[in-house]
Design a protein around this ligand. Structure first.
Ligand code: EPU
Length: 310
């Protein structure tokens, strides 16, 4: 019997990762599993391990460059009801929003704004699930999710559940300790505020984003981390890379820390462009940029290194 025989009803086969990532790049994932409950998730992970099947969790795929070769293993998506609920709980002296790890961050932000809960509105427009956003400490100039969350429910690799408080999650600039676990849920203790006030802030964040970032194009958000005290976008622009192109990948004219993909764009195109940008910034500013996105299975084929950008 195949290893996935217990999971036939939640398993799909040979699913293009281009359908699961915001770049819309990536070859087929051998298996895509959507466990419906914490127990089923623990079973799936155990089964993958017992059968030496590589596995990865994928949220909205908004910060990932998947390989053109695809992924020879199991992609786990927390899509079932237990992972996607968003609840607001009010008592006389507290307001709490609890969201599953697979819940859409945008839906959480809107629920908080509508419900008059302050603290998430600065995260408007960030494409992510709660799990992915917490793991990466998603955010920007209007706030970071790590500053708003109070507790995170995680599953240890062996299946044990535990609530971690914010300090244990060790949030830093686009980092946390949560990569060691599976993120099942987050709890946010928020303050009350007039929904109208929150809606105004929410709209301002969106207006800013639309003016400064290519939000309607295929991308994975910012490609590089900002070096300490500097801006990757500014450095890339100053190195003359705006509009630079490699195959179907090009540097956004709106914000130079975004690479946008056109039809036919491959991961190899994006990787070649990243290498060229890094070299130009190194040559001109003496700084080594580091990618912020997760690159899955970077190809090392020699041919790939010879690609050129124009
Ligand atoms: N700049 C340029 N040229 C550009 C882009 C930016 O000169 O092409 C300059 C801007 O004028 C500004 C400075 O660089 O003076 C910083 O730019 P911006 O305010 O756009 O912020 P950022 O540091 O580039 C960060 C996050 C974004 C987040 C925005 C807004 C990182 C790497 N990026 O961008 O996060 O949306 O703030 O909150 O930390 C992401 O993580 O995927 C992401 C998009």
């Amino acid at each position: 019997m195949p290893w996935y025989s217990d999971f036939e009803s939640i398993c799909r086969f040979d699913v293009p990762l281009s359908q699961l990532t915001s770049f819309r790049i990536g070859g087929p994932a051998r298996f895509v599993l959507g466990p419906r409950s914490h127990a089923e998730l623990a079973d799936v992970i155990r089964c993958c391990r017992d059968n030496q099947v590589n596995w990865r969790v994928l949220g909205r795929g908004a910060n990932v460059l998947a390989s053109d070769a695809g992924f020879d293993g199991a992609i786990v998506r927390l899509s079932g009801a237990q992972f996607s609920t968003i609840d607001i709980d009010r008592t006389a002296d507290s307001c709490r929003l609890r969201a599953g790890g697979g819940a859409d961050l945008g839906a959480c932000v809107r629920a908080a704004v509508r419900g008059g809960l302050e603290g998430l509105e600065g995260l408007a427009g960030i494409p992510a699930t709660i799990g992915g956003a917490l793991r990466m400490n998603a955010g920007g100039r209007f706030g970071q999710i790590g500053a708003a969350v109070s507790r995170v429910l995680v599953m240890h690799p062996g299946g044990r559940l535990q609530w971690l408080d914010r300090a244990r999650a060790a949030f830093g600039y686009r980092t946390s300790s949560l990569g060691d676990y599976l993120v099942l849920a987050g709890e946010f203790d928020l303050l009350e505020e007039e929904p109208k006030v929150l809606l105004d802030r929410y709209r301002q964040v969106w207006i800013y984003k639309r003016q400064h970032q290519p939000v309607t194009q295929r991308s994975a958000g910012c490609i590089f981390r900002n070096p300490a005290g500097n801006s990757a976008g500014r450095l890339v622009e100053q190195a003359g890379c705006k509009g630079l192109r490699c195959g179907g990948a090009s540097v956004s004219h709106l914000h130079a820390n975004f690479i946008v993909a056109e039809d036919g764009c491959t991961a190899a195109d994006v990787l070649a462009l990243i290498r060229t940008i890094k070299q130009r910034v190194l040559d001109q500013a003496g700084l080594q940029l580091r990618t912020e996105i997760e690159v899955w299975d970077e190809p090392t084929a020699e041919a790939d290194h010879k690609r050129s950008c124009a």
